[in-house]
Design a protein. Structure first.
Length: 266
């Protein structure tokens, strides 16, 4: 009997319906187009968002174990789990934990890498930043504009991903691109210190997150004094916010396709 194959795409999730379709949905659709023999399914790691979507919209999205149980019940025996997370942090640890529990329940179950895992991933992400973020930013704000990418940040040791990305960007020649975080290192003040004295006047800010949700709209582009936009303006910069998640950028969606291909070819 032919194997029944599923590609389970696991994201943190978002309650912003339009942004969810433009980012998570768009990534899932590209994966479905790229691997037509695999049925694409969805799961979220945020139970709060799962609950909110159910109560507000009547929409059911599975948590990790629920999605895997559903695949078993539907007769799938071969599964690739692909997270859309940026790094190997807390959310990815959860995914790995659940996948391990199901190793003996499927004929084959494998897990793909988050966006930034290997050195090759950093090289590919920097290429995507250059073409998908920096080039449009300079068209909008001028060739001398700097770009500040705002990540989430975490207490997990994977927060070092942001510092590695920053150094790799500079070594690649993108010395006017800065990486900052809402809840980790480097924070907004750290980034202001790095930018000081560099002759920068115009700054494009954009989330380094799959989805442009609450953090992008409030912590990055909001009008509160502690938002990234306000901090930059208080430091004398002209700010151009771009409310666009990585999932809206074709170059980044393709990277997740590449990660699934890597798993299939192992």
């Amino acid at each position: 009997m032919a194997s029944k194959k599923a590609l389970l795409v696991i994201s943190f999730g978002t309650s912003y319906n339009e942004n969810r379709d433009k980012t998570i949905g768009a990534t899932e659709r590209l994966l479905a187009e790229s691997f037509p023999e695999w049925e694409v399914r969805r799961a979220f790691t945020s139970k709060m968002i799962i609950k909110k979507l159910k109560e507000r919209d009547g929409e059911t999205v599975d948590y990790i174990d629920g999605a895997l149980d559903r695949l078993l019940a539907d007769g799938f025996d071969t599964v690739i789990v692909q997270p859309t997370h940026i790094m190997n942090g807390t959310e990815y640890d959860f995914v790995k934990k659940f996948v391990c529990k199901y190793c003996d329940k499927f004929k084959c179950i494998r897990i793909g890498k988050p966006l930034l895992t290997s050195q090759e991933d950093y090289d590919a992400v920097i290429d995507a930043i250059a073409t998908g973020i920096v080039a449009p930013a300079k068209e909008m704000a001028g060739n001398d504009a700097a770009v500040v990418l705002m990540g989430h940040g975490t207490e997990h040791f994977a927060n070092a991903t942001y510092s590695q990305l920053q150094l790799a960007l500079w070594l690649s020649g993108l010395d006017d691109v800065y990486v900052t975080t809402v809840e980790g290192f480097p924070d907004f003040d750290d980034t202001m210190k790095l930018m000081k004295g560099m002759g920068i006047r115009n700054v494009v800010i954009q989330p380094f997150m799959l989805v442009a949700g609450d953090h992008a709209n409030n912590d990055m582009a909001g009008d509160e004094d502690d938002s990234l936009k306000s901090v930059l303006e208080h430091n004398g910069y002209k700010v151009f916010p771009v409310i666009k998640g990585l999932g809206e950028i074709p170059e980044f969606r393709q990277l997740f396709v590449d990660h699934v291909s890597d798993v299939m070819n192992k």
